[in-house]
Design a protein around this ligand. Structure first.
Ligand SMILES: [Zn+2]
Length: 168
């Protein structure tokens, strides 16, 4: 799904030092005051949503279970339900927030399938527009990405605040 999208800042991730801590786990424990900095959109009882710091496209969201597991089969029914509900909800809110025309949704299980962080299961939501190869402003310099991500977070986060049962 990502072959045709141009995302040079992914080199920073690919070449950069990988953090030793699991950032998905940290999203759950960091507290609301750190959500903006960590690009967390919503933390529910068993699952959470965040922006991808190394996006394939504008407003690339990820959803993950709160528990550090690597596969869908390791989730109990409640966790799985929470994750899938959050996936559906995130798609709906993403559509409202960005007025995208389509969304690619996928889970990459295992390195062979392209998982960047294979130890902590996560799903991707990538908004799409007709002829969107050039939708994302052409940002050739990796250093401007933090500003861009902060702006994207500010735009999307209000769409997640009215979600019932949200723990902020
Ligand atoms: Zn984890």
């Amino acid at each position: 799904m990502t072959d045709r999208l141009w995302a040079p800042w992914r080199m920073e991730y690919i070449l950069g030092q990988k953090p030793s801590e699991c950032f998905f786990c940290e999203h759950v424990t960091c507290g609301q005051q750190a959500h903006r900095e960590r690009l967390v959109l919503l933390v529910k009882k068993h699952a959470h949503a965040c922006l991808n710091r190394y996006p394939f496209a504008a407003a690339h969201i990820m959803v993950a279970p709160n528990r550090h597991v690597s596969d869908l089969s390791l989730l109990d029914a409640e966790e799985y339900g929470d994750l899938m509900n959050l996936l559906r909800l995130s798609a709906e809110r993403l559509r409202k927030a960005t007025r995208c025309e389509g969304i690619n949704i996928g889970f990459n299980l295992g390195k062979a399938a392209g998982a960047g962080v294979e130890e902590h299961l996560h799903g991707h939501l990538v908004p799409r527009w007709s002829g969107d190869h050039n939708f994302m402003p052409v940002i050739g310099e990796v250093r401007v990405m933090p500003d861009y991500l902060d702006e994207t977070w500010s735009r999307l986060q209000p769409f997640f605040v009215d979600v019932q049962g949200a723990a902020f």
